[in-house]
Design a protein around this ligand. Structure first.
Ligand code: ZN
Length: 342
C-alpha cells in the first residue's frame, strides 16, 4: 500500500460522503466504509504492511480521514433526519374538513321567489334609481303638497337639488319607477319593480330605515278591479298554498282609487289566532288598488282610455311572516346561526 494509494482512497471516500443526498445513500455509505469490516478499517489494518519510515505519514492520513468522515457523517445524518421530520405527513384516512358555503340572504330568497311567480304570470321586471326627485317620488303620484309622507321625518332629503330647485331624495317607495315606466313606454304595461327603499324612521322591531319593496303595475285598455283581485289571489295561492282563505279590506293610498289591502288567513295558526297574527287569525300581505286618474294624467295617459292596477309588498314583512320572525332587526344582524337556517 503506497502513500499515493492512500491519498487517492482518502479523496474518493470524502467525495462519496459529500455526494450523499438521501438517508438511503447515507446508510449505504455507513455499511461500505464505517462498519467493523468496512473499507476504512481494512485500510488501517494494512498499516502493518507499510514500510516503517512511511508508517507515521500514512497512519496520520488515515486517522485524519477517519475523524473527518465521522464528523461529517454525524452532521449529515442530523441534517437529513431534520429534513425528513419537516415534511408534512399525510393521513389519507382522515375525514375532510367541511368547506363553509354561503347562500343568498333570506330577504333575497323571498324576493327571488316572488319575482319568479310574477314573471310566470307575464310580468316584466323593471328597475329605477334609488336617488329620486320630488316629482317622481311624490308629485306625479298624487301626493298633495301637505301630505304627511313628504314630512322631513319620513324622507331622507339630499343636499343637491333637481333643475326646479327642489332637493333630491332617497326614494321612499318603488312607485316612482311606475311613473318612469309610463313616461318611457306606451301601454300596455305589465311590470314588477323590486328594489330598496329608504325612510327616515327610528330603527325598531317593526321598522328599518332601509328595506325592500316589490311593486307591480298593469296598464291596459280594459283593466278592472277583478283583474287586480285575480292576480293577487293567484300570487297568494302560489306563495302560501292553494285554497288559502283571503279577504280584501278598503284602504287609502294617494296614488290608487279605490285602494285595498289584502289579508290572508294566518298560515301559522290556520286562523285560530297566534302571536304572529296578533290573535286576529289574519295576516296583511299587500296594499293595492286601481291607478288614480291623476297619476295616469301626470304620465300623459288618458284615463278615459287606459286603466290599470298597482300593488306593493314589503319583502322583509313577507320574509318575517314566512319564517315566523317577530323582530325585523334580526334579518340584518348577520348572525350566522339565523342565516344558516335559510
Ligand atoms: Zn296566527
Amino acid at each position: 500500500m503506497t502513500r499515493h494509494e492512500v491519498e487517492t482512497f482518502c479523496q474518493e471516500t470524502l467525495a462519496a460522503l459529500r455526494g450523499i443526498t438521501t438517508p438511503e445513500q447515507l446508510e449505504q455509505f455507513r455499511l461500505t466504509y464505517l462498519v467493523q469490516k468496512g473499507r476504512i478499517r481494512q485500510m488501517l489494518d494494512q498499516l502493518r504492511t507499510v514500510p516503517t519510515e512511511e508508517k507515521p505519514i500514512i497512519g496520520r492520513l488515515l486517522n485524519d480521514l477517519r475523524r473527518t468522515v465521522e464528523e461529517e457523517f454525524a452532521a449529515l445524518r442530523a441534517q437529513l433526519e431534520h429534513a425528513t421530520s419537516q415534511q408534512p405527513t399525510i393521513d389519507p384516512t382522515l375525514p375532510g374538513r367541511p368547506l363553509a358555503r354561503g347562500s343568498l340572504h333570506p330577504v333575497l330568497q323571498t324576493l327571488d321567489r316572488m319575482v319568479d311567480i310574477f314573471v310566470r304570470m307575464g310580468f316584466a321586471v323593471a328597475t329605477g334609481p334609488d336617488v329620486e326627485d320630488d316629482y317622481h317620488n311624490f308629485e306625479a303620484l298624487n301626493f298633495p303638497p301637505d301630505h304627511p309622507a313628504r314630512d322631513m321625518q319620513d324622507t331622507f332629503f339630499l343636499r343637491c337639488t333637481d333643475p326646479s330647485g327642489k332637493p333630491l331624495l332617497l326614494r321612499t317607495h318603488t312607485s316612482p319607477v311606475q311613473v318612469r315606466l309610463m313616461e318611457s313606454m306606451p301601454p300596455p304595461i305589465r311590470a314588477i319593480i323590486p328594489g330598496r327603499v329608504y325612510r327616515n324612521e327610528a330603527i325598531s322591531a317593526r321598522s328599518l330605515a332601509e328595506f325592500h319593496q316589490l311593486e307591480g303595475l298593469c296598464i291596459d285598455e280594459h283593466t278592472s278591479f277583478a283583474d287586480l283581485k285575480g292576480t293577487m289571489v293567484a300570487f297568494a295561492e302560489q306563495m302560501y298554498g292553494s285554497g288559502i282563505a283571503y279577504r280584501f279590506r278598503p284602504s287609502f293610498f294617494p296614488f290608487t282609487e279605490p285602494s285595498a289591502e289584502m289579508d290572508i288567513e294566518c298560515f301559522l295558526c290556520r286562523g285560530k289566532g297566534c302571536r304572529v297574527c296578533k290573535h286576529s287569525g289574519w295576516l296583511e300581505i299587500v296594499g293595492c288598488g286601481m291607478v288614480h286618474p291623476n297619476v295616469l294624467r301626470a304620465c300623459g295617459l288618458d284615463p278615459e282610455r287606459w286603466q290599470g292596477y298597482a300593488f306593493g309588498f314589503g319583502i322583509e314583512r313577507v320574509t318575517m311572516l314566512l319564517a315566523g320572525i317577530d323582530d325585523i332587526r334580526l334579518l340584518y344582524e348577520n348572525d350566522i346561526r339565523l342565516l344558516e337556517q335559510f
